[in-house]
Structures are given as structure tokens and as C-alpha cells.
Write a protein that binds this ligand. Structure first.
Ligand SMILES: C[S@@+](CC[C@H](N)C(=O)[O-])C[C@H]1O[C@@H](n2cnc3c(N)ncnc32)[C@H](O)[C@@H]1O
Length: 363
């Protein structure tokens, strides 16, 4: 494997260990309803119907333990596939589980390496794009690899960078969490940037760029905002719900999902997850390509020099980090975040306006 030029995970341990909202059948059905229009049709079934005939050969980006390509082959959606990933242990697991299926694997760092083989008519991004630092370089290479008739399918986290949720989203999720009975509430631990950087610096590294960069290189043919702004925050990492029998929690999970749908539909562009089917764009402006490549080089060089930080902390993260003892409860964190934001805005106003605002505020 070539030396990396981008962020790479220190280990594959977290990938299939953490507890996510989609352990719940109701969540899957909710997401599938939003993605495909049918609660019992998953993206693989939808992709197959959309395309109308099997794909010849798929490239599966950051394939992890290989379940995606096994499902694609077993269900007759693709004839053969190549999986690439950086983690040798996951690749070994995938290769062992492949059995006699026409699946091949290669270890590589997608940020730096060229993709193996050619002749693909499908590229699959399942929960992969949000781990890629050189997202422009990679999506550009994938579009070129596919050719004009190829298909790119993506089911990915496209929410805030490194899960640094904005205060209003965190607060809205917190309010829904409080509607649950005590024994089902989530501890709602805000994912502090330092912890994210220590655990896996690739986690959601450029998630908020995934859709925009995809649009640079692909024409979107099917796009659905799956949501998550409320339900992902309340149900993921929430053993109180995930460990109970689903029949017992069903009405409460349904309530959380109804809030989630309303929150997502009010502003679909803020969705945490998206399902997309796209085709490579035929019309690319060379000047833009150079500009985007340069932008990416600058962005990554600056972040590398700053310990992997791309943006200033969110107001919520700032407020929590300012608390020396225990992490603040979400409502208190948001209140403090609001105050610190207010102070920052005030500091930027001309002194005359600032004094006027303070006079009104103080009565
Ligand atoms: C969230 S997991 C998704 C795995 C799989 N696609 C799935 O849906 O189960 C992210 C994957 O990205 C891989 N990964 C992270 N950085 C990578 C890189 N620079 N090059 C290749 N793979 C990478 C990880 O090893 C991991 O398997």
C-alpha cells in the first residue's frame, strides 16, 4: 500500500462495535420508506428495480466486512464485485466470508491510491464517503472510472462535520428525548471534537461536503433526505432503547421517528443521512477542476498543520468544553452556547449599536 496523504483510521475496532439506531426494525422501515417509498424495500432492492437489469461489475468503496457486496451478489443485483478498504482485518473477514462468490479484495488508502481493475458499471458508497479526507479527488476518480453509463449509488452520513451538531439540532433532539419515559432516555453525550479525533480522525471528516462534491461529478437521478437530526441523536448509543424488546419500545420509537420526519421535512438540506443514485456528468469545466484540486490541497494542508481541525468548534462544543467538571446537560449547554454566541455577535457590533442593544437588554 502507498503511503497515505490523508486521514486514516488508527484501527477498525469501532466500525462494527458501536450501537446504532438502525438496530431497530422500525428505524429501518422508516428509512426505507423515505428512501424507496416502501417500508420493506431496502436500497438494494430499489437500486435493482431502478436499473431494471443486473449490473456486471461493482466497485465497493471502503467495503469494511464485505456485507454489501455479498448481499448484492446473493440477490443477483451484481455479477461480480471488487471491494477496497484500508483495514486488513476487515478485508480478511470479507474475503473469508465471500466463499465461492465472485468477489475480490484489495487493501488501499482511497485518499491516495488508484482504484484496481476497470470495467465497472456500478460504484457503491455505503457509509464510506464520510470517512474520506480527499473527497474531491476520490469522487472525481470514481466518475472517471465509471464512464458515462455507469451508476453511483450512495447511502451515507452527510450531516455536520465530525458529528459537531449545531445547537438548535442538539436542543430539538434533547426536547424529544425528554418526552420519553425516564427509563428510555438517552444520555445524549455530545461528541466532543477531541474525542472524535482520538477515536477515529476519519469519522465524518467531510460528511457535510459529500453531497456537494458528488454533484460536481455526478448528475443526481434519485435523492432522498433520510433525516436523523432528532432520531439518530436520541436512539444511537442509547442502550436503554436498543436493549429492550422492540414491542415494548415501539410507541416511543414511533414518536421519535415522527418528530424526526417533521424536523427533516422542514429543512431537508439539514438531513444527517441521504440516499442517492447518480450518473457521471458528461460536462466538466477544466478550470473548475484545477480550482477544486487546489482548494482540497490547501484545506488538507491547513488541517494537517492544526492537528486535524478544519473549523472552529460549534457553540455547543465550546460551552461544554468550558465546563471544567462534568459535561453539561444538553439544555444547559445550549443555553450557554446561546449566551456565548450572543456575546460574540455583540463584540462585532460598532460600540454605539452595542451600547444601544445592551441598554434595551438590561432595561
Ligand atoms: C463506517 S465503515 C463502513 C464499512 C462498509 N462500507 C459498511 O457499510 O459496512 C467505514 C470504512 O471505511 C474504511 N476506511 C476509512 N478510511 C479509509 C481509507 N483512507 N481508505 C480506505 N478505506 C478506509 C474503514 O476501514 C471502514 O471499513
Amino acid at each position: 500500500m502507498r503511503a497515505s496523504t490523508g486521514a486514516v483510521p488508527p484501527s477498525s475496532a469501532p466500525y462494527y462495535r458501536d450501537r446504532y439506531w438502525n438496530e431497530l426494525d422500525a428505524v429501518n422501515e422508516h428509512l426505507q420508506q423515505r428512501a424507496t417509498g416502501e417500508p420493506l424495500t431496502d436500497w438494494i432492492g430499489h437500486l435493482a428495480a431502478w436499473h431494471g437489469r443486473p449490473f456486471a461489475k461493482a466497485l465497493v468503496l471502503n467495503c469494511g466486512n464485505g456485507w454489501v457486496e455479498r448481499a448484492l451478489v446473493d440477490r443477483g443485483v451484481v455479477a461480480e464485485a471488487v471491494g477496497v478498504d484500508i483495514a486488513p482485518d476487515l478485508l480478511a473477514e470479507a474475503a473469508a466470508a465471500a466463499g465461492a462468490r465472485p468477489l475480490r479484495y484489495q487493501q488501499l488508502d482511497v485518499n491516495a491510491a488508484a482504484f484496481p481493475e476497470t470495467g465497472y458499471d456500478l460504484v457503491v458508497n455505503h457509509a464510506a464517503g464520510h470517512h474520506i479526507s480527499h473527497i474531491d479527488r476520490v469522487f472525481r476518480a470514481l466518475a472517471a472510472l465509471l464512464g458515462p453509463d455507469g451508476v453511483f449509488v450512495s447511502w451515507d452520513y452527510v450531516g455536520p462535520h465530525r458529528n459537531q451538531y449545531p445547537g438548535d439540532m442538539w436542543e430539538a433532539a434533547h426536547a424529544v428525548n425528554l418526552e420519553l419515559p425516564d427509563e428510555l432516555r438517552s444520555p445524549m453525550h455530545y461528541p466532543l471534537l477531541e474525542e472524535m479525533l482520538r477515536g477515529d480522525p476519519t469519522e465524518a471528516i467531510h460528511s457535510e461536503l459529500v453531497l456537494d462534491v458528488m454533484r460536481r461529478y455526478f448528475t443526481i437521478e434519485h435523492e432522498r433526505a433520510l433525516g436523523g437530526g432528532i432520531a439518530y441523536l436520541v436512539l444511537t448509543h442509547n442502550p436503554a432503547v436498543l436493549d429492550r424488546p422492540q414491542e415494548e419500545t415501539a410507541p416511543w420509537v414511533a414518536q421519535v421517528l415522527a418528530h424526526d420526519a417533521a424536523f427533516t421535512d422542514a429543512a431537508p438540506e439539514r438531513t444527517l443521512f441521504a440516499y442517492v443514485i447518480a450518473r457521471p456528468r458528461p460536462d466538466l469545466d477544466l478550470d473548475l477542476l484545477d480550482r477544486w484540486a487546489e482548494e482540497e490541497r490547501d484545506r488538507e494542508a491547513k488541517a494537517a498543520a492544526d492537528g486535524g481541525r478544519y473549523y472552529p468548534p460549534t457553540a455547543v462544543a465550546d460551552a461544554i468544553a468550558g465546563e471544567r467538571q462534568r459535561p453539561l446537560a444538553p439544555a444547559e449547554a445550549c443555553r450557554r452556547a446561546g449566551m456565548s454566541l450572543g456575546r460574540a455577535v455583540l463584540r462585532r457590533l460598532p460600540p454605539g449599536v452595542r451600547n444601544g442593544v445592551l441598554r434595551v437588554y438590561r432595561g
